[in-house]
Design a protein around this ligand. Structure first.
Ligand code: NAD
Ligand code: TYD
Length: 356
């Protein structure tokens, strides 16, 4: 898909963590595109994530729900939307264990509503249209140490309500391609980190707790492994797949950067202690082992060879540098942390989980 077209791109979930980086990337890189951010502004979405670009002439915000089919139909027709980058979702595994129905509703029914609206409004006029679905490597399930990383042919085997809902949404995206011909492309990415991530996920939660001398909860034995990618590298990958990905194809995206949770937390402690001028490693006393997450996947790892071979994408940011900047960002943005956590967020109750 050429980037000189007059594009009107609907980005769903643009007020969330990854969505805000994608919106910013597209606004700046493609000033001739119109970018519409469609977001319900749940606890995880905040317009302050986009304060620096909110007045850009090619940007607008629409407050809405991806489950609202009538509004989606109206918006797609009225604004002449010819491309969709779909990120809106409930995204936190721990919350999915508490509220699985909400995850099914948002991630499955929401995605299905968006597919249906696109299908009806584009009505077989597929030329120049594109639906990019942003998904996760968690759909592939869990690896053991020594297993080969996930590639695009790995069978889906989700375990958590979150990953099951994302797997289901992926299947619907592929079904709309295969059944109706909707021009779709999918991405399955590993764990992201960087500025504007809601401080309930491991990296921002740990940074905030170290700063505030609060316990850092480590689920189980801390040996679970995740592959980490800097969020701006993910935004660049989405850009490549959006413009040059093959119709109907999936692309795995990852950082080739596997870390055991406990080693990652110790690295964060070193970086935060250093930036706060504390004796390096002194915050290790905050590490608190708690009951394991139910169904906790042991290891995720991505083979990102396909996107590198076909589209030339690879991660640019080193982990050391990305993590250092992320720590600095959270230390400098304590007001943002207070704002987004105010009222809606109950910090993890370490005592409660230790009792369970
Ligand atoms: P996030 O939780 O930070 O943001 C989600 C956004 O979606 C929020 O702005 C929220 O307000 C919005 N939203 C939720 N329900 C909505 C609804 N019904 N209608 C409209 N908007 C709604 O999530 P994130 O971490 O930025 O993840 C974005 C996408 O990327 C998700 O689809 C997620 O599955 C996928 N993903 C995330 C990661 C990661 O590490 N965070 C990795 C791979 C894939
Ligand atoms: P998380 O950031 O929630 O991402 P995901 O579950 O999607 O991979 O968790 C990353 C890893 O860190 C995961 O193995 C669970 C673990 N974890 C903790 O040990 N303590 C915590 O407080 C959190 C939030 C996560």
């Amino acid at each position: 898909m050429a980037d000189d077209l007059q594009r009107c791109v609907l980005v769903t979930g643009g007020a969330g963590f990854i969505g805000s980086h994608v919106v910013r990337h597209f606004i700046r890189r493609y000033p001739h595109y119109r970018i519409i951010n469609y977001d319900k502004l749940t606890y995880a979405g905040s317009l302050s994530n986009l304060a620096d670009v909110q007045d850009a002439p090619n940007y607008s915000f629409v407050h809405g729900d991806i489950c609202d089919l009538d509004t989606l139909r109206f918006l797609l027709r009225e604004r002449g939307i010819n491309a969709i980058i779909h990120l809106a979702a409930e995204s936190h595994v721990d919350r999915s264990i508490q509220t699985p129905l909400l995850f099914a509703h948002t991630n499955v029914i929401g995605t299905l509503s968006l597919l249906q609206a696109a299908c009806e409004c584009w009505d077989g006029q597929w030329e120049g249209k594109r639906f990019l679905h942003v998904s996760t490597d968690e759909v592939y399930g869990s690896l053991k140490p020594g297993d080969s990383p996930f590639n695009e042919t790995t069978a889906y085997s989700p375990h958590s309500p979150y990953s099951a809902s994302k797997a289901s949404s992926d299947h619907f995206v592929k079904a709309y391609h295969d059944t109706y011909g909707l021009p779709v492309v999918l991405t399955n990415c590993s764990n992201n980190y960087g500025p504007y991530q809601f401080p309930e996920k491991l990296i921002p939660l740990s940074i905030c707790n170290i700063c505030n001398n609060r316990p850092i909860p480590i689920y189980g034995n801390g040996q679970n492994v995740r592959d980490w990618l800097y969020v701006e590298d993910h935004a660049c990958a989405i850009d490549e797949v959006f413009h040059r990905g093959r119709d109907g194809a999936s692309y795995n995206i990852g950082g080739v950067n596997e870390w055991k949770n406990i080693d990652l937390v110790k690295l964060l402690i070193r970086l935060v202690d250093e930036q706060l001028g504390r004796p390096i490693g002194s915050s290790e006393r905050l590490i608190t082992y708690v009951a394991d997450r139910a169904g906790h996947d042991i290891r995720y790892a991505i083979d990102a060879g396909k996107i590198q071979r076909e589209l030339g994408w690879k991660p640019r940011r080193s982990f050391e540098s990305g993590l250092r900047d992320t720590v600095k960002w959270y230390l400098e943005h304590t007001e943002w942390v207070q704002e987004v956590t105010h009222g809606v967020y109950e910090p993890y109750d370490v005592e409660k989980y230790n009792r369970s």
